[in-house]
Ligand binder design. Structure first.
Ligand code: ZN
Length: 433
């Protein structure tokens, strides 16, 4: 199943104008739109709920915001761009303020003069406007006084999370997480929302043939990931691997961010995927800055996640500005990223796992006739003994380490390991997952 560019484009254009934040009506409207494509369950977590060291915040709603000059002309209007107001700004009405004073609450980027920057103040009560440097120069005057108005409110409500669970043959789950808390910006983060949505649609279409189960979540960044981990603590602690899908819609080259354990096999799978697709790519080591991988990789959860990007956050000039728009992100790029993620998932699905029936120390090889039944003591043209192959398999096959990974760790051919594992299964020592 391949998704049409026009379907991707339609979703992109319909989601782009919505004013999202970490909570609020824009987030519900976004999930409602996604529900037209995939059967998403919406989880509402009430404001004030304690989630580990955090508390689910109050809902923020904004109705109107502007700056007027002394003649009553609106020089900045939230109607024109939802980036104009710092997210989670408190209500304010100042009848007269000089530009020198107003500058304390104005954000702009001198180095990108046509861009409106994106700013937030979730956990510190504040207000502010974001404008382009060109607007500052053209529309504001040092000798002028301004009227400032933000009609916003905070109320007890809830934080909205979208969830889709797909049951494969195995109970073993793969986490697919994306965040949807940014207002009108396309690469960061609508690209992640859109690719995740169509990837979910694809996984549902091949559900019958899936080995892994998939836990797909749409969360507001940081607080949403923390909240989800807190309300699903035991389930999330059992997950080993996943992806955080974000920043994959730009016109630039592919890249990927490694998981916190750089030796985790997931990283190898991403590189294999790029090679299969014939795409050039850049590798970013794991870094503590970034997105929700920080929560999933925390000591309590230890989930290795990778992110495949096309114009990664921090790396493209338009990052967190109004220039990250629909002329920067095109449906064709999103489709290419979707195909990369689909290939990555099919590589993941090929992983084979065996587990030991007897976990405590190595089984007695001679008692089970393992060495006799397998014949010969050395592999032809190899100095690795059959005993060693069995011993490596007995050491690493823990139900979590795939046979592909064991092959990579030991440098023993995958096919040989597979035959030996099947032999151990016949002997009743291994179970295949
Ligand atoms: Zn961001």
């Amino acid at each position: 199943m391949t998704e049409s560019i026009s379907a991707i484009d339609k979703l992109l254009k319909s989601l782009f104008p919505i004013n999202r934040s970490i909570t609020g009506p824009g987030n519900r409207a976004t999930l409602k739109r996604l529900k037209e494509i995939i059967p998403i369950d919406v989880i509402e977590v009430p404001s004030g709920t304690k989630v580990f060291d955090w508390v689910v915040p109050q809902e923020w709603e904004i109705r109107e915001a502007w700056i007027k000059d002394s003649k009553g002309n609106k020089v900045i209007d939230f109607e024109d761009s939802n980036l104009h107001v710092v997210s989670y700004s408190k209500a304010v009405h100042i009848k007269s303020i000089k530009l020198t004073e107003l500058l304390n609450n104005l954000h702009f980027k001198k180095d990108l003069p046509s861009a409106i920057p994106y700013r937030t103040s979730y956990y510190h009560s504040n207000w502010g406007f974001c404008i382009s440097y060109n607007q500052l120069k053209e529309r504001f005057d040092e000798d002028e006084t301004y009227e400032v108005y933000i009609d916003s409110s905070f109320s007890d409500g809830s934080l909205s999370i979208g969830e889709v669970l797909i049951n494969g043959r195995l109970k073993k789950e793969v986490l697919i997480s994306t965040y949807f808390c940014h207002p009108s910006m396309a690469n960061d983060n609508l690209s992640g929302v859109i690719v995740t949505t169509f990837l979910t649609k694809y996984l549902l279409s091949i559900k019958e043939s899936l080995n892994f189960s998939y836990r797909i979540i749409f969360v507001p960044e940081t607080i949403g990931a923390i909240t989800y981990c807190a309300i699903n603590e035991n389930i999330m602690k059992r997950i080993n691997n996943g992806v955080v899908i974000t920043n994959c819609g730009g016109p630039g080259d592919f890249s990927y961010k490694k998981s916190f354990d750089e030796n985790n096999y997931l990283n190898q799978l991403v590189e294999d995927t790029f090679k299969q697709k014939g795409f050039k790519y850049k590798t970013y080591p794991f870094h503590i800055s970034g997105s929700d991988e920080r929560q999933y990789s925390s000591q309590g959860f230890g989930i290795n996640t990778v992110s495949i990007c096309k114009d990664k956050y921090y790396e493209f000039d338009f990052y967190h500005t109004s220039l990250d728009d629909l002329s920067f992100v095109k449906a064709g790029n999103l489709k290419t990223s979707l195909e990369v993620y689909k290939t990555f998932i099919s590589n993941l699905e090929e992983l084979i796992f065996y587990d030991l029936k007897i976990k405590n120390c190595e089984v007695m090889l001679s008692k089970h006739n393992l060495l006799d039944d397998i014949g010969g003591s050395f592999l032809p043209k190899s100095d690795i003994s059959k005993r060693e192959i069995l011993q490596w398999l007995l050491l690493y096959s823990d139900g979590k380490t795939s046979l592909q990974e064991i092959s990579s760790k030991t440098d023993i051919d995958f096919k040989i390991l597979y035959d030996y594992s099947e032999f151990l299964k016949e002997k009743g020592i291994f179970v295949r997952l």
